[in-house]
Design a protein around this ligand. Structure first.
Ligand code: GLP
Length: 253
């Protein structure tokens, strides 16, 4: 894992956007995996700026989003569909038919998962996947458990996630209890992965992610098995002294 401790949220967003832009320039017909949440928000803004100022061309790009709440229609303001269009898609020249987000209101959610996985396979997998991390160590909506699902699936959200994500809803009851998410194998098959983490509440999961231990109770820790992951991380939770300390062991922090 290549670790890049970063001084500011702004610098983290610019760096991630630069890597995405480089990927598109090197391979215009690229397949990107996108995440939602507060972490990548500014990265999307940076990409919009690059589109407007530097003519970064999204016309051949295909995207697959990680996840979507089950039961929410694309028009619901808290759906990930809505988030992606409002924060990114509607400002760039991406083709509607190249955008993929699991349908939260699919009549048959299990079939939707199978179709979604098939679409990713058909195109040859994801070239570059953007990830955030949940405070419980989830990626996408792959929740900590003794078993994890490999492929795109319907998942019961953990109480932790429901509580954390209730900040975007009027109250706890409004938060969907299930979601569709890419599985860990879907994510791990991406050729390259950028994991972004900002803020004090991400310290605990991030230290587990780079601990050398792999546990399904910390789904993001599986990323240690991938050979091309860039972790762009808040310097306050991951000072560079740690990176160079051969005796560093997260449990001691
Ligand atoms: C959400 C999403 C994840 C996201 C994570 C962190 O529940 N399903 O894809 O990475 O939680 O969100 P944030 O960036 O707001 O901390």
């Amino acid at each position: 894992m290549e670790i890049k401790p970063i001084n500011s949220y702004d610098a983290m967003s610019k760096l991630a956007a630069k890597i995405v832009a480089g990927q598109i320039i090197n391979k215009p017909k690229t397949v990107l995996g996108f995440a939602t949440g507060s972490t990548p928000l500014s990265m999307y803004r940076e990409l919009v700026k690059l589109y407007k100022k530097s003519k970064l061309d999204f016309s051949k790009v295909t995207t697959f989003n990680l996840d979507e709440y089950l039961g929410l229609s694309p028009e619901h303001p808290q759906s990930y569909h809505y988030y992606m269009y409002e924060n990114f898609f509607k400002y760039v020249n991406i083709r509607e038919e190249n955008i993929h987000i699991p349908k939260g209101n699919a009549e048959d959610p299990v079939q939707e998962c199978l179709d979604y996985e098939k679409e990713i396979e058909k195109i040859g997998g994801i070239d570059l996947q953007i990830l955030g991390i949940g405070i419980n160590g989830h990626v996408g909506f792959n929740e900590p458990d003794i078993n994890l699902e490999a492929k795109t699936h319907v998942i019961q959200l953990s109480d932790d996630t429901i509580t954390t994500n209730s900040r975007f809803f009027k109250n706890l009851d409004e938060v969907p209890k299930k979601a569709i998410t890419m599985g860990m194998a879907t994510i791990m098959r991406s050729k390259k992965i950028i994991l972004m983490a900002w803020g004090a509440e991400k310290k605990k999961p991030i230290l587990k992610v780079i601990s050398g231990h792999i546990a399904t109770e910390v789904p993001a820790s599986l990323l240690q098995l991938h050979n091309d992951v860039i972790l762009i991380v808040d310097k306050k939770i991951y000072p560079s002294s740690i990176v160079t300390d051969p005796l560093f062991y997260p449990d001691k922090i």
